[in-house]
Write a protein that binds this ligand. Structure first.
Ligand code: NAP
Length: 251
């Protein structure tokens, strides 16, 4: 029987793949056989070299996803450079922390534009290609704050709750085109995004005390979920938000 998790011959796009979770996801997809386009505003030399070391083709596409201006060009450059676009991982994201009483419009707009608006319009651009090319897989990176409120991160919570809703509506609309749209909701993962939390001794202890697995997650912990949702093993999985959280939500 063919391996349903095999990604050989597929082209995956991962946004924000130069570091953190995006880099971990890019390497997991490459290890499963996919060629990878790393899309982001900062060079992704380390990721490109690591994908190539796994024997796969890699491409860096420079794009600042704080606006939707580059989304069409991103799809065109990936298709021209790697010969297709089968998998999109919408990972790039930012967070701004401040009491909601003091939160600024600039911090609201910056997070919503990158985490939600660009996610939608890049998915739209990729899906237009996928509709013409027998389907594909779209994986959005959600959050525990897709399900919970959090504290001091109002635009982040709004954006990631929005990512949950978007994942479902796009699954509803695009399933008929052979496109699966799903999300991964990471728990607390040790990256730059959570450096401030880990540096705060009190918050760090509070968070660790609630994680049944008893540790922060590593970007590599998310790789299996991404390979699954990117593969034909997930052909009948639609609009699902898969928590990979060491048990946080079960608590
Ligand atoms: P990270 O290390 O800060 O990585 C964020 C990535 O997004 C970086 O590659 C960053 O590029 C990129 N990015 C940010 N703004 C961008 C823009 N305007 N244009 C293009 N790329 C941009 O954080 P991370 O933890 O890996 O976060 C990755 C995703 O996981 C985010 O969507 C985040 O919300 C989500 N997430 C993280 C956690 C966690 O515990 N870490 C939990 C749940 C969800 P630069 O290097 O150029 O800034």
């Amino acid at each position: 029987m063919a391996n349903p998790f095999d990604l050989h011959g597929k082209v995956a796009v991962v946004t924000g793949a130069n570091a953190g979770i995006g880099q971990g996801l890019a390497l997991a997809l490459a290890a499963a056989g996919a060629d990878v386009a790393a899309v982001g505003r900062s060079p992704a030399d380390e990721t490109v070299a690591a994908v190539e070391a796994l024997g796969r083709r890699a491409l860096f596409v420079q794009a600042d996803l704080s606006s939707i201006e580059p989304v069409g060009r991103v799809v065109d450059e990936v298709v021209a450079g790697l010969g297709g676009l089968d998998i999109l991982v919408n990972n790039a994201g930012i967070i701004r922390r401040e009491d909601s009483l003091n939160f600024t419009e600039a911090d609201w707009d910056a997070v919503m534009d990158t985490n939600l608006k660009s996610v939608f319009f890049l998915a739209q651009a990729a899906a237009r290609h996928m509709v013409e090319n027998s389907g594909g897989k779209i994986i959005n990176i959600a959050s525990m704050l897709t399900f919970q409120g959090g504290i001091r991160v109002p635009s982040y919570t709004a954006s990631k709750s929005g990512v949950g809703g978007l994942t479902k509506i796009l699954a509803n609309e695009w399933a008929k085109h052979g496109i699966n749209v799903n999300a991964i909701a990471p728990g607390y993962i040790a990256t730059a995004n959570t450096a401030a939390l880990r540096a705060d001794t009190g918050r760090n202890a509070e968070i660790l005390g609630r994680i049944p697995a008893g540790r922060w997650g590593d970007p590599a912990d998310l790789g299996g979920a991404a390979v699954f949702l990117a593969s034909s093993a997930a052909d009948y999985v639609q609009g699902h938000i898969l928590a990979v959280d060491g048990g946080w939500l079960a608590r």
